[in-house]
Write a protein that binds this ligand. Sequence first.
Ligand SMILES: *Cc1c(COP(=O)(O)O)cnc(C)c1O
Length: 428
Amino acid sequence: MSKKIINFDREFVWHPYASSEDKNPLYNVVKAKGCKIYLDSGKALIDGMSSWWCVIHGYNNPKINDAMIKQIKKFSHVMFGGFTHEPAVTLAKKLIEITPKKLKKVFFSDSGSVSIEVAMKFAIQYWYAKGSPSKKKFLTVRNGYHGDTFSAMSVSDPENGMHKIFNESLIKQFYVSKPESSSNPVTKSYSLKEMESTLIKNRKQIAAIILEPILQGAGGMRIYKSEYLKKIKKLCKKYDVLLILDEIATGFGRTGKLFAFEHAKVTPDILCLGKALTGGYIGLAATIVSKDIAKTISNNEPKLFMHGPTFMANPLACAASLASINYLSQYDWKKRVKNIENTIKKYFEKIKLNSEVKDIRIIGALGIIEMKSIVNVGSFQTKAVENGIWIRPFKNLIYIMPPYTIKKSELNFLLNSLEKTINLEYSN
Ligand SMILES: *Cc1c(COP(=O)(O)O)cnc(C)c1O
């Protein structure tokens, strides 16, 4: 059975960020519970990835399962045009409660990338409604990542290998130097000078600055100082541009705060949420805007906001999300994230001694090991799986972001096996 599934997969299926003739190892998952992922071979892997930021409470959580089962017995979907339902309304209310006061209206969509598209359309339409239709470009920093759809690509790193070949097909935005990574003790101010001069020169064209707060994710896993974000917020005010914060990766506790912008105590005009929004159960994203933006768009021609995903505010997804957010408030996630952070620190001190390691970075329940060269994913992953753990490096980055609910023994096993795997892979 196993061989058959893998063979059919190789024949018919495309995987993320991969060639359709990918030769890298592929594992057939038959069950997942807590922080364990079970393969058809019977092997259990300790999850170090939270399935790309999102499965913060582990797999097969009884509370989220129950909420979805209850909802599926009522109805799993209805159109959101002209209809509403309790899961969407209760979730929207909850999101407004847990985000800054200024944010007042929630627009649901089905993926993070789409929530970014929506945020960018909101920003453009806001300025159009205010009589400044020339403000329709975006300013961002290099090494960012905001998704794989076209406008999201246009504000992601323009030189990043990921989207480079599409550059000619993308809208040109404004890019300035990336913020200094916090593991570098010297915080230079050149990137802000460059940002300010770009704003001075192009403020009539710039609708918004878009950023990942505190942590740049898929564009390089870089952590930057909260001071930088604070200053950017000031620049936004000074030069009359909006601030869009992309919390799709960082939202719901990963960096030790519920939202990463809390490290800098700034408030965005537009906030994007996704990934852990449903505890990693099912696709859902949200774009949340200030009252001013909602009112300005809705009271000025054309008044309507022309976006409406078919599965907007899907009731099953909203039910999962509500259960996930409620569950988060039922255990001391902050303490758990802190414990994970401390344990990662302890192990990384040893891992750092490997001469192939260039840098280590840790924030909340996320540990990043930057290697001196590109990691051979196939070879690394084979060894990691043999050692009983699930980790997926990209480029020269090996990182772990376990579910917050990981047991102490599981976390020690994960880090022990990670150390073993790195030493095996980089033994010469
Ligand atoms: C993953 C991610 C996105 C895109 O979300 P999808 O759900 O994959 O479309 C956007 N921004 C950030 C910061 C992300 O990590």
